[in-house]
Ligand binder design. Sequence first.
Ligand code: FES
Ligand code: FES
Length: 228
Amino acid sequence: MRAARRCTASRIDSWETVRKQEGYRPLISTPYGLYTSRVIVETGKELGMDDATFGEQSGPNGDAGLHWSSSVTVAMRVNGQPRAATVNPRVTLLDWLREESGLSGAKKGCNEGACGTCTVLVDGKRMNSCLTLVVQCDGCEVTTVEGLAASDGTLHPVQQAFIEHDAFQCGYCTPGQIVSAVACIAEGHATDEASVREWMSGNLCRCSCYPQITAAVLDAAGAAGDER
Ligand code: FES
Ligand code: FES
């Protein structure tokens, strides 16, 4: 707790800044991690930064920073449909998708950018939606696992391959794995087993279904190649 408080007091200028500090990550993963968030908030308050003012400080370059207490309206397309969102600027894409949009396919695992289970596509690129703010997606095309199947219900070839290769056990990582695999194939990185393992390494599977996942991605990539 003392270490967390020292880390926080010496570096705090906003909640998001603290979460990116190299000193924060080891602390949050310790048995004391559950208390670390509270320490940060309490220390921020001692420094005159109550929750409503976190993030309203000047940024490192003297920029004004975002005002967390206000709302921002953004427009984007989600799974091909136009969507508008009026959000607090610190709302993550993952939370907005799951809690406001009824799209719970992307899962919250670590909420720290380490596991990939929240992966979605933003303008065709894989993104950890837990580390992406909704306001960053203004004008973007967002694709979640719900948007991969055809409108008649026909599964995306990657989804089909995951079923055929039994590439899951509990299934918690599967939406992120599938979305990531779609991009991996589109990027041209699904050429062999080693490449798939490397370029899918941002998606962890606690059930350790990696051999089946790799086989499914290669299979789907082969099918995609046959169609070209
Ligand atoms: S929940 Fe986003 S990377 Fe783990
Ligand atoms: S299937 Fe369980 S975490 Fe991947």
